[in-house]
Write a protein that binds this ligand. Structure first.
Ligand code: COI
Length: 355
């Protein structure tokens, strides 16, 4: 259990207009910080007024990207309460990211305590307009000033919070996706299965290329053969073909998304067959689009929630998914998941943690 020292801001900020939040533009009054020093471990947990960081230009995070992060949300329910969705799953994934990047782990209980403490102090910042939430960004950075390549001997674990609306301006309107067959996002043995900034930096060129061609996101293929579907932009991806549902297996190159995991559990609970162990070839997706059995495609993620895909572009060919509109399963998943998150539906799975 952390002993968190709290310093409240003397200068509370004006809150932004809830109807025009966008994603990730505003930050609350406070932040959580905890330091790690070799020999001492994690120490000095505190909540402070939100402020800029002062770091040595040689801090290792700037040079070798020793950095981990998570994405979570605090939701406002109709009765005014505030709640989190499966925060221990984020804590466990954060620990897995730390292990891969040689960053000392943060006990799962401490991670959740830190997040809850920040949400609690900035509780008034959790918006209540439809489809808004307080997006939470826990992250760890390597702070040692040193230019040799090795794990840092000091770190800062920080949590910031951003009142946000929809991640994609299009909301639940189907998007057009570019299937990327030149750049790759992840390769076996790499870092595709963890949440680190480098994965997202590596995705920017593909994303930019797709946008220039008029597509809003990229569907990544596997890094070896460029044959099997993996992820879409900042989301996991699901395909419904002839009644069966497929999503890429989490075998090292795909992020084990908490929304992905929850969708699989809901779909199985509803009786759908979900294949999350065999890889799905892009050729089979295109074939299904051609013969009319590609019924639905959607992305899943904490920030993006459920994002329907209406069209795919692959090697010179445009394919329409289903009738190009939001599919029935996509809509049901969106309604159920957000229903549980915002407290409109009963939490029969034990996924909600009140703050
Ligand atoms: C999230 O869905 O929370 C993420 O972390 C994706 C992010 C890059 C926006």
């Amino acid at each position: 259990m952390l002993d968190i020292r709290i310093t409240k801001t003397q200068h509370p900020k004006d809150k932004p207009d809830q109807e025009h939040l966008g994603f990730g533009h505003y930050y609350t009054d406070h932040m959580f910080i905890m330091d790690y020093t070799e020999g001492q471990g994690w120490h000095d947990a505190r909540i402070e007024p939100y402020h800029a960081l002062s770091l040595d230009p040689a801090a290792m995070v700037f040079h070798y990207a020793q950095e981990s992060f998570e994405g979570m949300k605090a939701y406002r329910t109709a009765d005014g309460n505030v709640q989190l969705f499966r925060p221990y799953k984020n804590a466990a994934r954060f620990a897995s990211t730390h292990r891969r990047l040689c960053i000392p782990e943060i006990p799962e209980e401490d991670f959740v305590q830190a997040v809850k403490a920040l949400v609690d102090i900035d509780r008034d910042w959790v918006p209540n307009a439809p489809n808004t939430s307080l997006y939470l960004r826990p992250f760890t950075i390597a702070t040692e000033a040193h230019l040799g390549v090795k794990p840092s001997n000091s770190y800062a674990f920080i949590v910031i919070a951003s009142p946000s609306g929809a991640y994609y301006a299009s909301g639940l309107a189907p998007v057009k996706i570019y299937v990327e067959d030149e750049y790759v996002r992840a390769t076996p043995g790499g870092t595709g299965y963890i949440k680190c900034g480098g994965n997202y930096a590596a995705s920017l060129a593909g994303q930019e290329k797709a946008e220039k061609l008029g597509y809003s996101q990229v569907l990544w293929l596997d890094g070896i053969e460029r044959k099997y579907v993996e992820e879409v932009g900042s989301m996991n991806c699901f395909f419904k073909i002839a009644g069966k549902i497929y999503t890429a297996p989490c075998v090292g190159t795909v992020l084990p998304g908490i929304t992905r995991m929850s969708c699989i559990e809901l779909l199985r609970h509803w009786g759908y067959e979900v294949n999350d162990t065999d890889r799905l070839a892009i050729a089979d997706v295109i074939k299904a689009a051609d013969n009319g059995t590609l019924e639905e495609v959607f992305g899943t993620g904490t920030a993006a929630v459920i994002s329907p895909v209406g069209q795919l572009y692959y090697q010179g060919k445009e394919c329409v998914v289903g009738d190009g509109k939001t599919g029935e399963v996509t809509q049901k998943l969106y309604d159920t998941l957000t229903g549980i998150q915002y407290g409109r539906l009963e939490d029969t799975h034990g996924w909600i943690e009140k703050v």
